[in-house]
Design a protein. Structure first.
Length: 192
């Protein structure tokens, strides 16, 4: 049986050489994700943006700063949780990843989840939410309807909690969402 470290390194190498979709040859860096792979919490965004593409790390721009603050308010650092995205390569001009790209990248995300075996997966924003809801009977729900509401989710290794959150970038554009996202984070972290 491989340990988690080995499995993570193997998966990382697989991403380095991945060319399953057209995004892979347009990026500066693929963004695997980072943090603690023994964490009970995985936070999942949509896709890397410009800063993430340049640094090869998830959530390092303004949305990332807010994400760090939300974690910090609950006595957590980004190093204690695992942060990743639905797709690992930046789509041109930050457009939404299309179905082909999401599908091509899904095996990477599924393997990551299987290695980490979190207690909670928190999709942040509608793109990430849509991916996880596909396997539930809540398919057409949007983040505004189900943020902050835990959902029982059948992962490959057993039942876990899906905890939908607004994307931190949404709270930057619409400050009214800030107290809501703060409250949702507090609620989610109590469940860890
Ligand atoms: N937005 C995302 O969805 N992911 C990132 O990594 C950064 C911004």
């Amino acid at each position: 049986m491989q340990n988690k470290e080995d499995s993570i390194q193997k998966l990382r190498k697989k991403l380095d050489s991945c060319n399953k979709c057209q995004l892979s040859n347009q990026v500066k860096n693929k963004v695997f994700g980072e943090g603690n792979y023994n964490s009970p919490l995985i936070l999942v965004g949509e896709a890397p943006g410009k800063n993430e593409d340049e640094q090869g790390k998830p959530f390092v721009g303004s949305a990332g700063k807010l994400l760090e603050k939300l974690l910090h308010n609950n006595r957590l650092s980004r190093k204690q949780v695992f942060i990743t995205n639905i797709v690992k390569c930046r789509p041109p001009k930050n457009r939404k990843p299309n179905q082909i790209e999401v599908e091509a990248c899904s095996c990477m995300l599924e393997k990551l989840i299987k290695i980490i075996e979190p207690k909670i997966i928190a999709p942040m924003g509608n793109s990430a939410l849509e991916y996880f809801l596909k396997k539930t009977d809540l398919k057409n729900k949007v983040i505004g309807e189900i943020h902050g509401k835990p959902i029982i989710y059948e992962a490959s290794f057993g039942k876990i909690i899906l905890f939908p959150l607004y994307h931190p970038a949404a709270a930057i554009y619409n400050r009214k969402l800030l107290p809501i996202i703060e409250e949702d984070f507090k609620k989610m972290i109590k469940k860890l």
